[in-house]
Design a binder for this molecule. Structure first.
Ligand code: GDP
Ligand code: FE
Ligand code: FE
Length: 196
């Protein structure tokens, strides 16, 4: 990536720590580590993966008012206002990362935007998939099925993405939660793409 990566990474780490509770900061460190592991397995720039993983939840603890203001300031679609933190912290969170951490790498910003919902198979880059999966599989995750999800992802990053998409969709539906259209679109697209 760049020769002063260590400096950039340490500066971002300080900012992430300052804006998040301890448990979420530690989650970000573990996502960064897991993203490096997946980057190695998938021939991806490890530094880019480490930084994207570190900052993916940077905006997670911002207030509703902060997100609503940023949606206007960044001229994002007004329709986003109907959603909430689970959707905002990725899609709108990327704007906070750009403005406050000075990270302008469009690939990192896209990975942040897609990290909660995923995206269509031909829209998601390897970095997007790595961050999406690292968030799900980091060593602090203990949900039923996490071991199976790790094993599948080790064999095929794409199969891992579909595992997460289908299980998250089922989990949200089981709780009667509203599902973001992009989550549905991603699920359908990947189901079609991976069907035999
Ligand atoms: P985290 O930020 O590390 O906790 O993980 P994520 O960014 O992946 O997910 C944040 C939250 O959003 C989780 O509680 C998910 O279950 C939830 N989530 C994921 N997709 C959707 C969706 O389509 N709609 C809604 N309402 N929530 C979602
Ligand atoms: Fe998140
Ligand atoms: Fe996360």
């Amino acid at each position: 990536m760049t020769e002063n990566f260590e400096e950039i990474y340490q500066a971002a780490k300080k900012q992430v720590k300052a804006h998040l509770s301890t448990h979420r900061y530690e989650h970000c460190l573990r996502v960064s580590d897991y993203a490096v592991k997946l980057a190695k397995q998938n021939n991806l720039d490890e530094q880019q993966a480490a930084l994207a993983g570190l900052v993916h939840d940077y905006a997670k603890e911002r207030s509703e008012a902060d997100f609503l203001e940023k949606i206007d300031e960044a001229k994002l679609p007004k329709s986003l206002k109907a959603w909430g933190n689970p959707i905002w912290h990725g899609v709108v969170g990327a704007e906070f990362v750009k403005d406050e951490l000075g990270i302008e790498d469009p690939e990192i910003l896209q990975a942040i935007r897609l990290h909660t919902t995923g995206g269509l198979h031909d829209e998601m880059t390897t970095l997007d998939k790595v961050v999406f999966m690292a968030d799900y599989l980091e060593e602090g995750r203990h949900f039923p099925g996490v071991k199976e999800a790790r094993a599948i992802t080790e064999k095929s990053l794409d199969r891992g993405v579909f595992y997460q998409l289908s299980h998250t969709l089922a989990f949200l539906a089981d709780k009667g939660q509203v599902i973001y259209p992009k989550t549905f679109d991603a699920y359908n697209d990947w189901a079609n793409y991976l069907k035999k």
